[in-house]
Design a protein around this ligand. Structure first.
Ligand code: MLT
Length: 324
């Protein structure tokens, strides 16, 4: 009997200490891992949201860039972190496509994470170095087909949004091109601006200012309608490449086992951040909008990830591009 009472007492103590820890969460800075290099679109989105979440949570939310392998290295790092709410991941559509692209992932995409919520869905733009000859998308397609062994397409590795969009482009034109992988499209943009690489398909959160400034050439945007910030940029449908509509949705994850009270508290802070006027204004300048409050929830992100894995699996299998 004594042993039972001792065990019950210990369990009670444990639950009291856990409850008090949850009540005081967060008691120290939180890290959000960005699975791509600094200066790219994922980094940009994360830093804006993290700064605002810090205000609501009363603790610093710091960003750590862990690039490589199309975002799967950073995702794997978070999957193996302590489920205490102090290490999070902000990743995009690549969380879904990598589940098919990588037949040997270091983590179980649907089993290694808890969900906080959706953040934003960002359009993509087909862009090129400023002095590339073609003046429009049709000309770019003809140029790419005629120079398929020399034209270079930058991406951030298999599993990146830029890889996915590049894969859709090559499938649409029926021509494989030479791809050049980077740890993120931040460094890839540096080479595009310098003329060291020819083409890239990247998110407006990384290309809008360059397009507006005329430092890169832009051919199309992957949305159904033109963007207010880039009114002269035709959609892929208008420009003659139907079937290339793609939006890069982003979500925040925590390691499996993170308590629901913690992910719920983080989701509430995310919802506040997505209504922050600075976040809304900066997102608008970069061609995107925050996810609605109902989507910045664990259930919405879980449903999105599951449906997107199913959606992209046959498309990736038809393209036949795998990482391993
Ligand atoms: C980045 O943040 O560098 C991009 O999201 C990489 C990519 O997914 O293309």
């Amino acid at each position: 009997m004594q042993k039972i009472l001792t065990a019950l007492g210990a369990a009670a103590m444990l639950s009291v200490s856990t409850l008090s820890a949850l009540a005081d969460y967060p008691e120290r800075p939180i890290t959000i891992v960005v699975p791509f290099a600094a200066g790219g679109p994922t980094d940009t989105v994360t830093r804006l949201v993290a700064e605002s979440m810090s205000k609501d949570l009363g603790q610093q939310v710091v960003v750590e860039n862990v690039g490589g392998a199309g975002g799967t290295l950073g995702a794997g790092r978070v999957a193996q972190s302590d489920p205490d709410g102090y290490t999070l991941l902000l990743h995009h559509i690549g969380m879904a496509t990598s589940a098919t692209l990588y037949r040997k992932l270091a983590y179980d995409t649907l089993g290694a994470f808890e969900y906080v919520g959706l953040v934003t869905e960002v359009p993509m733009t087909i862009v090129a170095r400023k002095d590339l000859e073609p003046a429009d998308l049709k000309g770019l397609v003809d140029y790419a087909k005629a120079n398929k062994d020399t034209v270079t397409v930058a991406n951030a590795g298999i599993g990146a949004a830029s890889h996915l969009c590049g894969m859709l482009f090559m499938t649409a034109i029926g021509t494989p091109l030479v791809t050049v992988p980077y740890k993120g499209t931040g460094p890839a943009m540096t080479d595009l601006l310098g003329g060291q690489v020819d083409i890239m398909c990247d998110q407006t959160t990384n290309t809008t200012k360059q397009i507006q400034g005329g430092t890169i050439k832009a051919y199309a945007v992957t949305t159904a309608k033109r963007l207010d910030v880039l009114p002269d940029l035709p959609t892929t449908d208008e420009a003659g490449l139907p079937g290339m509509q793609v939006g890069i949705w982003h979500g925040i994850y925590a390691p499996k086992g993170t308590p629901a009270d913690v992910t719920e508290k983080l989701s509430k802070a995310l919802q506040v951040a997505l209504k922050d006027e600075n976040v809304v204004a900066r997102f608008a300048e970069l061609g995107t909008t925050p996810s609605p409050e109902a989507d910045a929830t664990p259930a919405a992100l879980k449903a999105k990830l599951e449906s997107e894995i199913a959606r992209w699996k046959p498309i990736i299998e038809a393209a036949g591009q795998y990482a391993d």
